[in-house]
Design a protein around this ligand. Structure first.
Ligand SMILES: Cc1ncc(COP(=O)(O)O)c(C=O)c1O
Length: 473
């Protein structure tokens, strides 16, 4: 632990124990140096840390004061996380929702019935007969050259110049994201995450020993650029990990003009962006949303995506468009996941060259949209009026906001005893206790009688929690 973290922790105890009261003046930087024996820089860093956590505030020419937590709710305060321990929560969650007896409203996998492609199965069968799986060389990093060329062509279709040599094939999207983050950071570096984010980002930060700053979700823009700039001013940020298209779990897609501004901010401060675009094909509007790579003129964006959400978990092949970082990523790959399934890569080469692939994408988008709308209308009818269902025209998740006083972990636990899973917000806000009243529903399924029953159970459970809360008041 750094000296400044130690000092910040001991000062935090004084605040939390009430020894220092709201609005009480803290010792000046100089007298704190004298008292603690630490250097001015260490004391300043400790004070900045406490300020970022919303525990103290500064007044020009007057010094630092203990915050009344209410005062800070209207200003930008950042959640910093020195010690991340999300992996065990995620591990228990994933274990608890497995099994055919569970109605998988909490699952992150789309309905496999929708992803099934007879053409792809036919290609696999033909390849198996041709013994393609015994050709090993193309599976070594950076991966099958034909597949990389096909992926590069798809970038070009969106107006993004891509060279297949800058693309590395990976074992799924999460592998791509992890490799990309590792390539541009070192232990102890600061990174920025969206406040509500896929838990894989927290796990990656935990594994790589990174410090995480989170910026609040913006109600209209998705991402709060003002808060981002504020965070960049305060911390030496090395990289951001953002999901801007078909966001998991909330569902929004950030507008192009915001993406353009974001690219400028990243350029000004020389900050890398690890872009999670794993759901980028699951849009319902006319045009595929642009990736940040489109706005990136300075090779700061490492764009990561995967086939697992459009072809299924058995086709868990991903890629990172890494630009100049392609070679570094291959080096890391050689020390970790090494090769990517060559049989599936070969099958994807044939499938992506076939016009059935685009037809398949069109079909799953239409089915997902229909199912999502059905779930949305059903939930609107049955949920308590104090709940809000957030609908965005992409992906297969609905994000449900419960009354503030409820905790989605309670709903998760009581539904699990009825063999129904949901995803509580705790999975996506690693340490933010303020946002515990949200949950994510997977609505990629047909709204059959059993799904209707499961949603009715969810509604009952929420009503029960509301009644219990009212009775306790
Ligand atoms: C937002 C997000 N990013 C990345 C991944 C990982 O993708 P893959 O399954 O291809 O590794 C997932 C998987 O659920 C996800 O939800």
């Amino acid at each position: 632990m750094y000296k400044s973290e130690k000092l910040a922790n001991s000062l935090k105890l004084l605040i939390q124990s009430g020894t220092w009261k709201p609005h009480e003046k803290l010792p000046s930087l100089r007298s704190q140096c004298k008292n603690s024996g630490f250097s001015l820089i260490t004391v300043m860093n400790a004070y900045h840390e406490l300020e970022a956590q919303g525990l103290i505030y500064s007044k020009e020419k007057s010094g630092y004061f203990v915050a009344d937590r209410k005062t800070f709710s209207t200003t930008h305060s950042f959640d910093t996380n020195q010690k991340i321990e999300i992996n065990s929560i995620v591990f228990h969650y994933l274990k608890s929702i497995q099994g055919d007896h569970i109605i998988p409203l909490g699952s992150a996998f789309p309905n496999s019935q929708l992803l099934y492609s007879p053409k792809l199965i036919q290609i696999l069968a033909q390849l198996a007969k041709r013994h393609f799986s015994y050709e090993q060389t193309p599976s070594l990093p950076p991966g099958n050259i034909e597949l990389r060329k096909l992926i590069a062509q798809r970038y070009c279709m969106q107006g993004i110049q891509a060279d297949h040599d800058d693309i590395v094939i990976t074992s799924g999207g999460l592998d791509a994201l992890n490799l990309a983050l590792q390539a541009v950071t070192q232990i102890g570096d600061y990174i920025i995450l969206q406040q509500t984010v896929f838990y894989g980002a927290w796990q990656a930060a935990e594994r790589l020993g990174l410090k995480v700053i989170t910026i609040p979700d913006h109600p209209e823009d998705g991402i709060d650029l003002q808060a981002l700039e504020h965070a960049i001013e305060k911390y030496p940020i090395k990289a951001c990990w953002f999901m801007l298209n078909c966001h998991n779990p909330i569902g929004y897609t950030v507008k192009d003009k915001i993406k353009e501004k974001l690219a400028k901010i990243l350029y000004q401060h020389n900050i890398y962006l690890i872009e999670d675009d794993v759901y980028g094909e699951l849009y319902f509007e006319n045009k595929k949303p642009l990736s940040m790579k489109y706005f990136d003129e300075n090779n700061l964006v490492l764009h990561c995506s995967s086939f697992s959400k459009i072809l299924g978990a058995d086709f868990r092949i991903g890629w990172v468009y890494a630009g100049p970082y392609s070679e570094k990523i291959q080096h890391i790959q050689l020390m970790s996941t090494l090769s990517v399934n060559s049989f599936i890569q070969n099958a994807l080469v044939e499938y992506l060259s076939h016009r059935d692939y685009d037809k398949h994408l069109k079909k799953i988008r239409a089915s997902l949209e229909k199912n999502k709308i059905d779930f949305y209308h059903f939930l609107q009818r049955i949920l308590d009026q104090n709940c809000k269902v957030h609908y965005f025209p992409s992906g297969y998740f609905l994000w449900i906001e419960l009354p503030k006083e409820l905790d989605s972990i309670d709903i998760y636990q009581s539904l699990l005893s009825k063999n129904i899973s949901i995803a509580p917000s705790h999975l996506f806000n690693a340490h933010d206790t303020k946002a515990k009243n949200y949950l994510r529903i997977n609505c990629s399924f047909d709204l059959t009688a059993s799904y209707q029953e499961a949603l009715l159970e969810l509604s009952k459970c929420i009503n029960h929690a509301i009644q219990l809360y009212r009775a306790s008041k």
